[in-house]
Ligand binder design. Structure first.
Ligand SMILES: [Zn+2]
Ligand SMILES: [Zn+2]
Length: 172
């Protein structure tokens, strides 16, 4: 969905729409989209700047980085962006120090689909976790610790772990 900057009306554009993305478009390799991404966006012009403000919601399946099991993750993310005309791209470096939330538009066009996809990718957690206190997989028996399937009661004093610990200590 490409917006012609010259055709943004004075009162702005109000977009309320679903976007279908392929899981391949996502930065998180193992993520799978469970539904289309719903976006509600206001696009306004302020001089040569274009203000893009909105909200995206969707649901995905991520793989927990600790226990490696899939879990459902809800995205509910707001954004407030400023796009500057391409001419200002030349002075980008000076601008970036002032404000990192500034982007550029080229040929008088804004690709809203691309913007939504970028914001979706930015909304992901750095390390997806099924729950904050997921303890992951036991390094000794390989079972899930939270579910009580691991019965290694004395993990702290497991000789293999102790060996690993002193190895890590020596490395410092
Ligand atoms: Zn987990
Ligand atoms: Zn165990």
């Amino acid at each position: 969905m490409v917006i012609d900057v010259n055709e943004i009306p004075r009162e702005g554009l109000h977009i309320d729409q679903d976007f279908d993305f392929a899981s391949l478009d996502l930065v998180e390799e193992e993520a799978v989209l469970l539904e289309p991404t719903h976006a509600v966006v206001e696009v306004r012009k302020a001089g040569s700047e274009v203000l893009v403000k909105g909200k995206i919601t969707t649901r995905l399946s991520f793989i927990c980085s600790r226990c490696l099991r899939p879990f459902e993750y809800a995205v509910d993310s707001i954004f407030d962006l400023v796009y500057l005309p391409e001419e200002l791209d030349e002075v980008k470096e000076e601008l970036e120090e002032e404000d990192l939330e500034r982007f550029f538009y080229y040929h008088q066009q804004l690709d809203l689909r691309e913007i939504i996809l970028e914001q979706l990718n930015l909304s992901f957690p750095l390390r997806p976790l099924c729950s904050e206190d997921c303890e992951g997989i036991c390094p000794v028996c390989g079972e899930l610790i939270n579910q009580g399937r691991c019965s290694c009661q004395v993990q702290e004093s497991d000789p293999r772990l102790e060996k690993l610990k002193s190895f890590l200590r020596d490395k410092k």
